[in-house]
Write a protein that binds this ligand. Structure first.
Ligand code: GDD
Ligand code: MN
Length: 388
């Protein structure tokens, strides 16, 4: 079969390839895809579809639920609705978690000129969608943000503490990232699909701050409009936003401020390394107390203990999204010990080299330590956790 295909003259093959472009528009893509990232939102999906149906009367639309394999069966229910209503689609992601990544994948799966993102829990006022579409049709806007602050309203979806945290991070984002948005943390926005096609490779898939990321990354080119709305209460279930969101926010700020030069992972890695010094000293004291013979032996064992300590905490925090378990954990530990041993040797080597050059003992020491940390981080990212 393959042989036969290969034997066809080139002209025929070209014609076959070109054919789809000439096909008539049988059923063009809808004008709007509404992306609903969803984790354990089964109870809310039917109501969401109903609300969208009502709100989007007169607009050709579809909804794409992006579910991260929720245990409550969000996907199954969405597919069930979709089997009777072709406007309802579902992306089920297995082995991945994260709001930003889910939004990006949903938007990239769309073929519509406009894509919207909103909570799947009814907190975002769907009656705003039509006005958002009109803004984009007007050709002067690339991104429309439904903002909770343009008129100072907070709505019922906020607790006092959440409102404070949100205002504080908004101020920080505006000052540091020069993003001129009244509500850069909003989870409700609409944009031209080309925008996301272009920006997607530069966006972070971690965390909640997808809009801030888009606005900061496309800062110099995007034409942005804002529409006010009142943040409502959830229909069912509870918020997935937790303390980790603050970490995610810090990560995004750092990445954008340093133009991705310093990754948040590297900072975490160094922090873990600092705690490793404590572990090292504790192990050394214990070995000394137990009377293990020879300082060299004590120091070697303490170093191995500290490396193991660092490994455990990096695996739990720095690489929590790709945590190693079972045999992979054991293998990772061995490889990490090897990588960091080389790091320690290069640390001493570099420090001695700088010291010989003669500036001062502390510059030499610091140089060696930085060199060791960079080596450990870069190599372990490639061979232990295999980060992309
Ligand atoms: N696929 C997927 N994967 N969806 C997720 C995940 C995830 O890991 N985490 C949360 N979601 C979905 C939820 O199911 C919900 O539909 C939506 O993303 C927002 O999550 P909520 O748990 O409802 O967040 P919230 O209402 O507390 O937070 C609101 O404010 C944030 C900023 O202050 C939302 O509007 C967020 O979008 C917004 O970033
Ligand atoms: Mn919500």
């Amino acid at each position: 079969m393959a042989q036969q295909l290969l034997k066809k003259p080139a002209a025929v093959r070209t014609a076959e390839v070109a054919a789809p472009a000439l096909a008539p528009m049988t059923e063009p893509a809808p004008e709007l895809s509404v992306i609903l990232p969803a984790f354990n939102e089964r109870a809310n999906i039917p109501m969401m579809v109903e609300r969208l149906s009502r709100a989007l009367d007169g607009i050709d639309w579809e909804v794409i639920v992006v579910d991260d394999n929720s245990p409550d069966g969000t996907s199954a229910l969405t597919r069930d609705i979709g089997s009777r209503d072709r406007r309802v689609r579902c992306i089920r992601r297995v082995g991945r978690r994260g709001l930003a990544g889910a939004c990006i994948e949903g938007m990239l799966a769309s073929n519509a000129p406009y894509v919207a993102v909103m909570d799947a829990d009814g907190q975002h006022d769907e009656s705003l969608l039509t006005a958002m579409v009109l803004k984009l049709r007007g050709c002067e806007t690339d991104l429309v943000v439904a903002s909770r602050y343009t008129d100072g309203t907070n709505g019922t979806g906020f607790t006092a503490a959440r409102a404070k945290a949100s205002q504080w991070s908004t101020a920080l984002a505006r000052r540091l990232l020069k993003v001129e948005l009244t509500d850069p943390m909003s989870g409700f926005f609409m944009l031209r699909r080309e925008v996301i096609d272009e920006l997607a490779p530069k966006l972070s898939t971690q965390g909640f701050k997808i809009l801030l990321d888009i606005a900061a990354t496309g800062r110099d080119t995007l034409r942005i409009a804002e529409l006010p709305f009142v943040f409502g209460a959830r229909l069912h279930g509870e918020s997935k936003l937790d303390a980790r969101v603050a970490l995610d926010f810090g990560q995004l700020l750092l990445a954008k401020l340093t133009r991705d030069a310093i990754s948040y992972r590297f900072v975490l890695f160094c922090l873990v390394g600092l705690t490793g010094i404590g572990a090292h000293m504790a192990a050394l004291a214990a070995l000394h107390g137990m009377g293990v013979p020879g300082f060299g032996v004590q120091q070697t064992i303490a170093t191995m203990v500290a490396i193991a300590w660092n490994y455990v905490f990096n695996n739990a925090y720095t690489y929590r999204d790709q945590r190693l378990t079972g045999w992979a954990f054991v293998r990772g530990l061995i490889v990490f010990e090897l990588v960091c041993s080389v790091g320690a040797i290069s640390n001493v080597g570099v420090a001695s080299l700088i010291y010989a050059g003669g500036p001062s003992w502390w510059i030499a020491g610091l140089g060696g330590a930085v060199m060791g940390a960079v080596w450990n981080y870069t190599v372990s990212a490639a061979v232990v956790w295999k980060a992309p």
